[in-house]
Structures are given as C-alpha cells and as structure tokens.
Design a protein around this ligand. Structure first.
Ligand SMILES: Nc1ncnc2c1ncn2[C@@H]1O[C@H](COP(=O)(O)OP(=O)(O)OP(=O)(O)O)[C@@H](O)[C@H]1O
Length: 605
C-alpha cells in the first residue's frame, strides 16, 4: 500500500516522507521504497527497508514570524496540513543479508508499507525464541537464541510487564532445552513449578531459604565450604574486629581438621563447642581433643593463648556464631548442586532478610560458575555438564553500584557478567531501577528488553547503556503500553518494538483482578438459607434464571428488608419479614426473584 513520497534525503540512512493523510500509519511501522544500488559494479534494483521513527504534522503556509494563534484564527479550518514521517533506513535484503545502501533514496520515490513477509524475512533467525509480535502488526518476532550468550537486561517500571516477559522468555528457553536458575527474592516464580506440566515434560524445583516458605528443599551453605572471613562478614562482625575474627578462624580451623581427619560432618555447633571449651580452660580443651581420638598432635596453643588473654573476643565470637546459627542457612554440608538443579530451579528467597539473600545468592552463583569452569577446563570437582541461564530478579538488590553499597553477590554476578560467556553461564538481569544497578553489569548485558519507564533518571541510565542506533526508539519509553517492549542488541537482528505474547506458565506477582477479588461468592450461604426456608435445595433452573436478573435496590423499612429485582421488563419486590421472603410477583413460593434477593440480603437476614 502506497502511503507517501520521499521529500528529503540528506543521507543514505534517513529520509523524510510526506504522507497521504487518508492512510494513517503507525509509529515504528516498516516501510519500503524502490531503490537503485550499485552491487558488484552493476546497478541493481532493490527494496530499501525503513522504519518510521517520528510522525508529525506541519502547517503548510504559516509563516514563522506570525503569532500562530492569529494565523489560525484567520484561516480557521483551512490550514493546509502536511503529514510527515522521519524514516530510518534499515537497509535492503540481498542473499538473506541486510545490506546498507550507499545512495540516499530518490526524491519523489513512492513509499509503501512493507509486506508482512518482508518484515518476517527481516527478523528471521536460525533458532528463535518467539516471545511476541510486532507492536504495530501481526508479525511474529523471534529473538535469536545465540544472542542469549551476551546476556540480557530486562528493564521496566513496576507493573509494565517485566515478570510476564521473563516468564515468556523462560518458556521459550525451556523449549530449546535450556537449564535455568531463577533468583527470586519474593517467591513470585514459585507457581511456575505447579504449572510447568502445561508447557511440556520439564522438571521444576523450588529451593527455599526460609523453612516457613514454599519449596521442595532447603538451600544450605556448608560452614566449612565458606571462608572464615566470609562467615564473620555474614554474621556482621565489623571488619576491624580482628580478635573476634581470629577466634572464629580458630574454631573454623579446628572444625575443618576434625572433618578432614575423622570425616565427621561438623558445623557451627562444633565451632561453638570448641570456643566454650576454650573458655573452661586448658584441661577441658585437652580432654575434648582426646575424646575425639584425633591421630597425632593437635596444636591448641593459639586457642589457649586467646582464651587466656582475650576472653571477651571469644565471648563475642560465640555471640556472632549464635547469630549465624539463627539465620538457618548454615549446615555442616552445602546442599549438593545435583539436588538443586533441574530444567528450571527457582531459588525462593522469601522470608529471609537482605543480608542472608545476598549471602545465599553469592554462594550459589559462585558454585554454579565454578562448576562450569571445571566442566569447560576439565578440572577435578563438581561440574555442571550444560550451560546455565541465570535469571536475576530485582538485580538492584544484588548488584547495586559499587560506590553506593557493597554486596557479596555483586562480585559473583559481575564475574558472570564479564566471564560467564566463556564458561556457559548467561545472565538475564531484571530490574525496575536501572540507575540502581551497577553500570558495569548493565553494560555487559548487550541485549536489552526495555519496557515502559517513567522515571527520568532511569530513562537516562537506559539511554546511556544502549546502542546509539536505538536512541530514537528510546525517546518514547513512557509512551509504551503494558506488555510492549523495545528489544535491542544481539538477540534482535534490528532494534524492534514488540508486544509480548500470552504466557502458559503461571507466576505469582501478576496484578489482582479487583473486580473478582472483592466479589464474595455467596452461593453456599444462599443454598443453606434456601434449604432452611423450603426444606430442599434450590432447583438448578431457579439459580440459572436468577443469574440473568439484576438487583435494582435494597432497603430496610423498619424490621423488614426489601430487595427490588429486575426480571427482563418486569420488576419484583421481595420483602423479608422475620427472614421469611414474599415475592410481589410469585407470593410465598421459592422463585428465582427470591433466590436473587437472597444473594443480596443473605448476610443481613
Ligand atoms: N504481555 C502482556 N499481555 C497482557 N497483559 C500483560 C502483559 N504484560 C503485563 N501484563 C499485565 O500487567 C500486569 C503487570 O505485569 P508484571 O507482573 O509482569 O509487572 P512487573 O513489571 O513485573 O511488575 P513488578 O515490578 O511489580 O513485579 C500483569 O498482571 C498483567 O495484567
């Protein structure tokens, strides 16, 4: 369909078209002009594809030096309007590839809307994640699976559809055989496990951190798999409290030796026991180690010395160890990765504070990364045989800007962001506050899915980290509808605005439908009342007829309750006296009008 003509083309990359006012077009739609290019020394007729990046109207005859109001009031409705479109040239398809033109399009060349097939061809990829359709047309858009290797950031204001998109992306990744781990601070993704059967025969596991929340198993961190300093940090020991840290170190070192020599699974309880015993004196300490029947000498001098000189440090260390124990995530051994991983693993962090969430995320992400390094480098130890996609919800919690706040998980996530590609650990970072995520992490996510953003700071952060090519699209971020997204980077052949498709899997953070959530189902009460009045259940035909009626009014007159019901073009007034209904049309019989009136009045009878 012809929509206009090229009127100005200063460069081969952009032109201005005047549009037919009778044929309205949409912003970001795709257009085409017939064009001649030099290909291999020969002139070739090609179709130059472009995208409308701005639409505007100009008054044709108004002079700039006249105040616009007076011009308009003079000529009123007769102003000649010009409908204009700025078009960004995308290139022309030649042998399946998109090539850039060397010549600007001819002035006066007709501009057509591109065919759906042409657009589909433009976005065709070998292996696609089909997450939606073009926002402007019914053309399916599939993201390039290979692009996932360069990490993805999903950025949107709250309620714009980030989680919805992420669930759709998870569905597509699962269909491609991906293994996914979701870091889920609020347990929003837990319903995926119970709806996964709708997608196919995939395994889903929920790992929880708080025993009061939903999950198939608890995530435990092996005390002796953590460095003693990391334990001290998790317990909140101040960095300068060297003696307390030393006491924790000694208790940890003894526990580790016991594990090594006796193969015993010891943890925080044993560390506490060592420190308590040290406080009771040298003899008690010797007895403890004799009881353990450790082979060879067990040097206890350091501990004895500390107990003599700095008892208060041991007391404090014990208090911190108690605090660690209360967190409930430490155990003699870490939960094995083999038990945790499934096609999709949801790490439900609900119910624990940010410190513990941070510790768990850093521990798990590091383990996954190390296991992949061992796999790729063929090193000894626990390995993961397949690449893993790590979905990090609310990334601003775990990877805030270094200058703002230091988190343990930042180190782990930024390592995955910079080196994950080599070892097959890919990130999907989700946030509503891009300005609150470390810029290094955001910029390592070469693909971006950007939805509605209203906050100017966040818009700025997105623009700064996005490719220049897409700046025009990013100008309109507050204007995107819920579920619409600008997709940029290696996952999209070209920057594109999509409408995210319906999802199959369930998630827990979706908006509550208030119109149904606040409508209380009173059926059971009505049936019970009906039985009491008429000594039998209401016939189904009565309930069906009542469903088609409307309540017009409900009032209390003295001791009576009156309910006025419309039944097609008739009206019935049902009066309840001492709870006994009488219908103005049907008398004392149990009729549909009474049923309808009971629905309205059952709680006041
Ligand atoms: N692609 C879509 N199609 C239809 N409705 C959608 C789509 N995306 C989002 N919605 C609607 O918008 C609501 C909010 O979406 P979603 O839960 O993904 O928001 P969010 O950005 O993750 O918000 P929050 O930051 O609060 O978690 C959904 O409950 C749904 O009603």
């Amino acid at each position: 369909m012809k929509i206009g003509y090229v009127v100005a083309a200063a460069t081969p990359f952009e032109y201005l078209a005047t549009l037919d006012p009778e044929r309205p077009v949409s912003l970001y739609d795709y257009v085409v002009v017939d064009h001649v290019e030099v290909e291999g020394g020969e002139l070739a007729n090609v179709r130059l594809l472009g995208q409308i990046i701005r639409l505007y109207r100009d008054p044709y005859s108004a002079k700039r030096d006249l105040p616009l109001y007076s011009v308009i009031s003079e000529v009123s409705n007769n102003i000649l309007e010009v409908h204009l479109a700025k078009v960004k040239v995308l290139g022309y398809l030649s042998g399946g590839e998109l090539r850039q033109p060397k010549q600007p399009p001819r002035i006066g060349a007709a501009v057509y809307l591109a065919d759906d097939e042409e657009i589909a061809e433009l976005f065709r990829v070998k292996s696609g994640l089909c997450v939606g359709r073009l926002a402007t047309r019914d053309v399916e858009i599939c993201l390039d699976l290979e692009g996932v290797k360069r990490h993805i950031a999903v950025i949107a204001a709250t309620g714009s559809g980030k989680t919805w998109f992420s669930v759709v992306l998870i569905e597509e990744l699962l269909k491609k055989g991906a293994k996914i781990v979701v870091i889920d601070p609020h347990g929003e993704y837990v319903p995926i496990r119970d709806s996964i059967y709708k997608l196919g025969p995939f395994s889903a596991r929920v790992v929880k951190v708080s025993k009061h929340h939903q999950g198939d198993l608890m995530y435990k961190i092996g005390v002796l798999d953590s460095e003693p300093d990391a334990l001290a940090n998790a317990a909140g020991v101040p960095p300068g409290a060297k003696k307390i840290r030393y006491a924790i170190y000694l208790a940890w070192a003894y526990a580790r030796r016991v594990r090594k020599e006796l193969g015993k699974a010891v943890g925080l309880a044993f560390m506490q026991k060592v420190l308590y015993t040290a406080l009771r004196g040298e003899a008690a300490l010797n007895k403890l180690f004799q009881q353990l029947k450790l082979s060879g000498d067990f040097p206890t001098e350091d501990l004895k010395m500390l107990a003599k000189r700095d008892r208060h440090a041991i007391f404090s260390a014990l208090t911190y160890l108690k605090k660690l124990k209360r967190l409930g995530v430490f155990a003699p051994r870490s939960t094995p990765l083999s038990k945790i991983l499934a096609d999709i693993t949801i790490v439900n962090l609900a119910g624990v504070n940010e410190e513990v969430q941070d510790y768990v995320v850093s521990h798990l992400v590091n383990r996954i990364f190390q296991a992949r390094v061992r796999q790729v480098r063929e090193l000894k130890g626990v390995k993961i045989p397949w690449p893993v996609v790590l979905v990090v919800e609310e990334a601003h919690r775990f990877a805030p800007p270094k200058a703002l706040r230091k988190t343990k998980s930042y180190e782990a996530i930024s390592r995955v962001a910079s080196e994950g590609r080599k070892f097959g650990v890919y990130l999907v970072v989700i946030t509503q506050r891009p300005s609150k995520v470390d810029p290094d992490v955001v910029s390592q996510c070469q693909s971006q899915v950007i939805m509605r953003i209203v906050n100017p700071k966040d818009q700025e952060a997105v623009r700064e980290s996005s490719e220049l090519l897409a700046q025009d699209m990013l100008e309109n971020l507050p204007g995107l509808d819920v579920g619409e997204a600008v997709v940029l980077g290696p996952v999209a052949k070209l920057p594109v605005v999509i409408k995210v498709r319906d999802r199959v899997l369930e998630y827990g953070g979706a908006d509550i439908e208030l119109s149904t959530a606040w409508r209380v189902d009173k059926t059971a009460d009505v049936v019970q009342m009906w039985r009491r009045l008429y000594k039998s259940p209401p016939p189904p035909s009565v309930a069906v007829a009542a469903a088609a009626m409307r309540v017009l009014a409900k009032r209390r007159v003295g001791d009576r309750v009156e309910v006025e019901v419309s039944d097609g073009d008739k009206r019935a007034v049902v009066t309840f006296e001492d709870g006994v209904p009488v219908c103005s049309l049907c008398g004392r019989a149990g009729c549909p009008h009474v049923y309808k009136a009971l629905e309205e009045a059952v709680e006041v009878l």
